[in-house]
Design a protein around this ligand. Structure first.
Ligand code: ZN
Length: 259
């Protein structure tokens, strides 16, 4: 679908703001992966909207019974919590646009709420995954991350080869603190930034929600890419009302044209 006049005008405005900025970062959410066939968790058509939210005390239950957590995790029933579509999902033009912005030296880092690994697959290298990565496991004592293949899972729960701590999925559960290393890196990046592109997320959940505010409070600008108005729209300098897969490649072209 060709982009309409209003969207093209928003893209032009956004490109100018980006060109005038010295430290551009991005924040992405479920909307960026929808075009890769991954359903959002919340909102219309959301997986959890349909099936109900996972237990809010997930992390407390894990801490109480790590072995039980692992037995459940390895059972076929677990898949339903995250839905289907992950295995077949490939990065879409929105992911590749961010990769290109990084390669152009425009985008300094990318914070994502997505666990699907698609930004990495697309070739982005400065990715901060606030909610973890579905391909990794993490030690809850020392925080070190490992590819899942490191563990043979014959004894549950698996233990960290570095410190002996209990290992769980890197994916952050309800009630689990955001890993300190990622949280601090996000805050440092937001503190440096004078322009944040917020794509495919209404950014209402902490800590993602705080990042645009940190940028804005220092006089920076917020560019939103979201087909729908969001809670963040009121404080955005530009809102591009289109999907990220359509809008971001056009934005990259416009930035190249200005350069
Ligand atoms: Zn450890």
């Amino acid at each position: 679908m060709p982009l309409d006049e209003a969207v093209l005008s928003e893209i032009a405005d956004a490109a100018h703001l980006i060109k005038e900025s010295r430290y551009v970062i991005a924040l992405t959410g479920a909307g960026v992966s929808v075009e890769s066939g991954i359903r959002p968790f919340r909102g219309p058509g959301g997986l959890w909207t349909e099936r109900g939210e996972p237990p809010m005390d997930g992390y407390r239950r894990f801490e109480a019974d790590p072995k039980g957590y692992w037995e459940e995790r390895l059972s076929p029933a677990r898949r339903s919590m995250f839905g289907d579509g992950f295995e077949a999902a490939k990065p879409n033009p929105g992911h590749y646009a961010f990769t290109e912005l990084e390669a152009m030296g425009v985008l300094k880092s990318l914070v994502t709420q997505n666990i699907d690994n698609l930004h990495n697959e697309a070739g982005s290298t400065r990715v901060l995954e606030i909610h973890g990565n579905r391909h990794k496991l993490r030690c809850i004592r020392c925080g070190k991350r490992f590819p899942a293949s490191v563990f043979d899972l014959s004894t549950l729960p698996p233990r960290c080869p570095e410190c002996g701590g209990v290992v769980k999925d890197d994916i952050v559960m309800f009630g689990e603190p955001i890993p300190r290393d990622v949280l601090e890196a996000c805050q440092i990046e937001a503190g440096r930034s004078d322009c944040i592109i917020v794509a495919g997320t209404s950014a209402v959940v902490y800590p993602a929600a705080s990042l645009p505010l940190i940028v804005k409070e220092k006089g920076g600008v917020i560019i939103e890419v979201n087909p729908h108005e969001s809670e963040l729209s009121g404080i955005c300098d530009v809102s591009i009302r289109a999907s990220s897969g359509e809008a971001l490649p056009a934005l990259v072209e416009e930035i190249k044209r200005l350069a």
